[in-house]
Design a protein around this ligand. Structure first.
Ligand code: IPM
Ligand code: MG
Length: 365
C-alpha cells in the first residue's frame, strides 16, 4: 500500500485529548500491518479563529485536499453559544470544510455494545440488538440554502430549506448500497405532509429505490421517526434523511448507544473522507483527562474501512473496543453505579487499554 497521509484537526475543547488516541491507534495498526501512515496537523474552529481570525484557514483546506483522510476532534466554544450574533463562529469551519470537500454523506452508525446496555436511559428490552446506520445529507438543506437573511429592519428572519434532485439521488444511492450489505431495509425520513422540499425528497428516494428491488423501503415523517426511534429502535436498519432532520435525529439516537462518547462518524463524498466523533468540544470536561476516546477510536475504524479499504483492520479496532468494555473498563460517561472504581479510567488509560487489545493476528486473519 502506498503512503496514506492523515490530516489531524484536533479543533477545540476535548478535541486534542481524543484525537491523539485516534493517531496512536493508527500508528499501532500501521506497525502491526506494515502500512505507511503519515500525519500532519492543522487548525480549525475556535483554535483557528484565535490564530487567524477565521474558522478554517486556506492552509488547512489545502492540506485537507492533499490528504488521504482527515481525523477531526471537535469544534465549538461556549462564548459563542451565549452570543449567537457573532459573525465569525467556530462551527463555520466545520460547515465550510464539509462544503468545500463535497462531503455530502454523513454516516453515523448507532451500535449498542452489549456491555453498555445499562448506560442508556432506555429500557434494556427495547434496546438490545439495536443497530442503525444513519445517512445524513450534509452539504445541502436549510444549512446552506439561500437566501438567509434579516428583513424589515431585522424583525423578520428567514432561512431556505432547499434540495435539488441530484443531492437526494446521490445520498439515497449510498444509503441503499449500504443496506444491501446489511438487513436490506431503508427508512427515509422527511416531512412530506408539509414541506415541498420533502415532497421532492420522497419522490426521488422512491425512484432510486427501484434500482434496489431487494431492499425494503419505508417512508416516515420526522416527528413519527423521532418517536419510533426510542420506542422501537430495532425496527431501523439504514436511515436516510436531510441535513437538519439528521442532525436532530442522530443526537437522539446517540442515547441508544449509551453515550455520545461512543459515537463515531464518517463524512464522505466522491473524493474525500473526514472522520470525527460526534460528541463535540465538551468544554465542561476539557483539560481534565476524563473524556472518552472511544468515539474517536471508532471513527478511525471507519477511516480504515471506508477510506483505506482495510476491513480486517477496522474490525480489529472495533474488537479491541469491545474487548476493553468486556474487561469492565469504563470512562466516566459510560460508568454505572456497579463499575469497579479500579476500572474507571481517564482518557489516556482508556486509550492505552485499547492499544493493548489491538492484535496483529486480528489484522492478518
Ligand atoms: C453536528 C453538529 C454540527 C451540525 C454543528 C457543530 C454545526 O451539531 O455535526 O451534528 O449541526 O452539523
Ligand atoms: Mg449535531
Amino acid at each position: 500500500m502506498k503512503e496514506k497521509k492523515i490530516l489531524v484537526l484536533p479543533g477545540d475543547g476535548i478535541g486534542q485529548e481524543v484525537t491523539q488516541w485516534g493517531v496512536a491507534v493508527l500508528k499501532k495498526i500501521g506497525q502491526e500491518g506494515g502500512y505507511h501512515f503519515t500525519f500532519d496537523e492543522g487548525l480549525i474552529g475556535h483554535a483557528s479563529i484565535l490564530a487567524h481570525g477565521n474558522a478554517l484557514p486556506d492552509e488547512t483546506l489545502a492540506k485537507a485536499k492533499a490528504s488521504s483522510a482527515i481525523l477531526l476532534g471537535a469544534v465549538g466554544h461556549p462564548s459563542y453559544d451565549m452570543d449567537p450574533s457573532l459573525a465569525v463562529r467556530p462551527e463555520m469551519g466545520l460547515l465550510k470544510i464539509r462544503k468545500e470537500l463535497g462531503l455530502y454523506a454523513n454516516l453515523r452508525p448507532i451500535k449498542l455494545f452489549d456491555e453498555l446496555v445499562h448506560a442508556s436511559s432506555i429500557k434494556e428490552e427495547v434496546l438490545r440488538g439495536a443497530d442503525i446506520l444513519f445517512f445524513r445529507e450534509l452539504t445541502g438543506d436549510v444549512y446552506f440554502g439561500e437566501p438567509r437573511e434579516r428583513r424589515e429592519n431585522g424583525t423578520v428572519a428567514l432561512d431556505t430549506m432547499i434540495y435539488a434532485k441530484y443531492e437526494v439521488e446521490r445520498i439515497a444511492h449510498k444509503a441503499y448500497q449500504a443496506a444491501m450489505n446489511r438487513r436490506k431495509k431503508v427508512t427515509s425520513v422527511d416531512k412530506a405532509n408539509v414541506l415541498e422540499s420533502s415532497r421532492l425528497w420522497r419522490e426521488v428516494v422512491k425512484e432510486v429505490a427501484l434500482s434496489y428491488p431487494e431492499v425494503e423501503t419505508e417512508h416516515i415523517f420526522i416527528d413519527a421517526a423521532a418517536m419510533k426511534l426510542i420506542k422501537a429502535p430495532r425496527d431501523f436498519d439504514v436511515v436516510v434523511t436531510g441535513n437538519l432532520f439528521g442532525d436532530i435525529l442522530t443526537d437522539e439516537a446517540s442515547q441508544i448507544a449509551g453515550s455520545m462518547g461512543m459515537l463515531a462518524s464518517a463524512s464522505v463524498g466522491d473524493k474525500y473522507g473526514l472522520y470525527e466523533p460526534i460528541h463535540g468540544a465538551a468544554h465542561d470536561i476539557s483539560g481534565k483527562g476524563v473524556a472518552n476516546p472511544l468515539a474517536t477510536i471508532l471513527s478511525v475504524g471507519l477511516m480504515l474501512d471506508i477510506s483505506f479499504g482495510l476491513q480486517a483492520e477496522a474490525q480489529a479496532v472495533i474488537s479491541a473496543v469491545e474487548q476493553v468494555l468486556k474487561q469492565g473498563y469504563r470512562t466516566r460517561d459510560i460508568a454505572e453505579s456497579t463499575t469497579d472504581p479500579a476500572h474507571l479510567l481517564g482518557t489516556d488509560a482508556m486509550g492505552e487499554q485499547v492499544l493493548k487489545n489491538i492484535h496483529s493476528y486480528a489484522i492478518k486473519s
